[in-house]
Write a protein that binds this ligand. Structure first.
Ligand code: TYD
Ligand code: MG
Length: 454
């Protein structure tokens, strides 16, 4: 049996020290020492020419075999889509998100819905009673879904070997510990050691593993960035805790595209997939108010229409306030500067508030045109016609720039019954028929303003 001990290693240069030190005596960098397990065993490490360490052979590049990775079809369509068409056996997926967003709910629900698989859900965070209540709330029962309260990674793996589940869920990596590592749960060394053990188990046994990880305020998965490199797939669950919609994005996927997006709604009985996001994100369209504009966006591969609301009012205090939800505040400041400098709108002494419907965070630059429309509409107090929508990026010199997947955006707008859509005139060569929707190409922000408000 290999004997384990630990030592501290500089993460920059690999210098070893028996104790933690603040500054590396070798390369001089600060705070880079991390505790790691050192295996003292008699096993020979690889040396060229000794033994046969060649399980894989060089192959001619035209004789490679097609991907035959066996996949477990997911009962949940959205999860299936973001994973790239099913869960690959033996894969490790990191599932990150802020506390309270619904990670445990989605994972438990997934475990209960996979009727044909044996599942082990390991919780280090909640009591049996809490999990029982959650299962009751979700209202699904599956006797092949087992629950274990444990935080010692070795004990978890012993149970797992015995039970031999198809899918193992770890809730969460920050609560696990390895008995040979002295630092506390959630520390870099613990997170890395435990994740390392789990990844090795997944590859040896073919069990698919989901590892839940909490995300820190700045949006990184707590623990080392290294964790993201160790796993095959990284999923991020996001949204505003006070709203019901949640987005599931892939930021890394060894077995599929990272452009897929899943949308869920948190209900009284668990998370429900949202089939037609545009329908709910554009709100009621009957009595038209100023400051509301609809953006035709594409998130991942999915086109959707989403409502943008702006409120522009005279600043009560000396310094005007700018606040956003679901939109990058720096981007808003840039758009305000463009409106001010290139089009002569006086916004310097105005408070500006901006909201994206549903508490969803949008990264698509094509939101710009809808954002400035909403701001101009509120500033001028003129409502935008209800069946008009916008898609386009705004550049620093006030030009309206083309955006990708323009056909998809126009089709989605037409499908949702919109009558006109403003796009960049640089979006040339449209490959679609546009009978039901009028396309209005615009070049510059000032030209756009006069076309929209006449
Ligand atoms: P949870 O899955 O515990 O979040 P995480 O594991 O990411 O910390 O979800 C927490 C929230 O979800 C909590 O505020 C209660 C709410 N919730 C519902 O609204 N409906 C439900 O059916 C369930 C199970 C939870
Ligand atoms: Mg949880």
């Amino acid at each position: 049996m290999a004997k384990t001990k630990t030592a501290f290693f500089c993460q920059d240069c690999g210098h070893e020290s028996p104790k933690w030190v603040g500054k590396c005596p070798n390369c001089g960098s600060w705070n880079t020492f991390v505790e790691e397990l050192v295996t003292k065993s008699g096993e020979a490490t690889f040396r060229a020419g000794q033994g046969d360490h060649r399980p894989n052979k060089p192959k001619p590049s035209d004789s490679l075999e097609a991907d035959k990775q066996p996949r477990i079809p997911m009962h949940d369509k959205e999860l299936d889509r973001v994973l790239g068409g099913g869960l690959v056996q033996g894969s490790v997926t990191l599932f990150g998100g802020e506390p309270g967003i619904g990670k445990s709910t989605l994972m438990l629900q997934m475990g209960l819905e996979q009727r044909n698989e044996k599942i082990l859900y390991v919780s280090g965070e909640e009591s049996e009673e809490q999990i029982r209540m959650r299962i009751e709330r979700v209202g699904i029962s599956h006797p092949g879904c087992f629950v274990l309260m444990e935080t010692n990674v070795e004990a978890i793996l012993n149970h797992t070997v015995e039970l031999d589940p198809d899918i193992l869920i770890i809730d969460s990596i920050q609560t696990l510990f390895h008995p040979a590592v002295e630092s506390t749960q959630g520390s870099v060394s613990q997170v890395r050691e435990c994740a390392g053990r789990l990844v090795r188990y997944a590859k040896e046994s073919g069990t698919a593993i989901f590892i839940i990880g909490h995300v820190t305020k700045d949006g990184n998965i707590a623990g080392p960035k290294l964790l993201e490199h160790m796993v095959d797939t990284v999923l991020q669950f996001e949204g505003d805790r006070h709203h019901v919609y949640r987005l599931l994005r892939t930021s890394k996927n060894r077995f599929g595209s990272t452009h897929e997006l899943g949308i869920y709604e948190m209900s009284g009985s668990g998370l429900r997939a949202v089939d037609n996001p545009s329908q709910i994100l554009i709100g009621e369209r009957d009595n038209q108010l100023s400051g509301v504009a609809i953006a035709a966006t594409v998130e991942g591969m999915r086109p959707m229409l989403i409502e943008v609301q702006a409120l522009v009012s005279s600043a009560v205090y000396g310094t005007p306030q700018r606040s956003t939800t679901g939109f990058d505040i720096r981007r808003l400041n840039m758009l305000l500067a463009v409106l001010e400098k290139r089009c002569g709108f006086n916004l310097a002494m105005k408070d500006v508030f901006l909201n994206i419907a549903g508490g969803i965070r949008m990264d698509d630059p094509a939101m710009d045109l809808a954002v400035i429309s909403a701001i101009l509409s509120s500033g001028q107090d003129i409502a935008i016609p209800p069946l008009t929508c916008f898609t386009g990026e705004v550049g620093l010199s006030g030009e309206i720039r083309p955006v990708p997947r323009i056909e998809q955006r126009i089709q989605e707008a037409a499908k949702m019954g919109f009558e006109e859509i403003y796009i960049s005139s640089y979006n040339k060569s449209l490959q679609i028929e546009t009978k039901n929707i009028r396309i209005i190409p615009v070049k510059r922000v000032d030209e756009f303003f006069s076309k929209l408000f006449g």
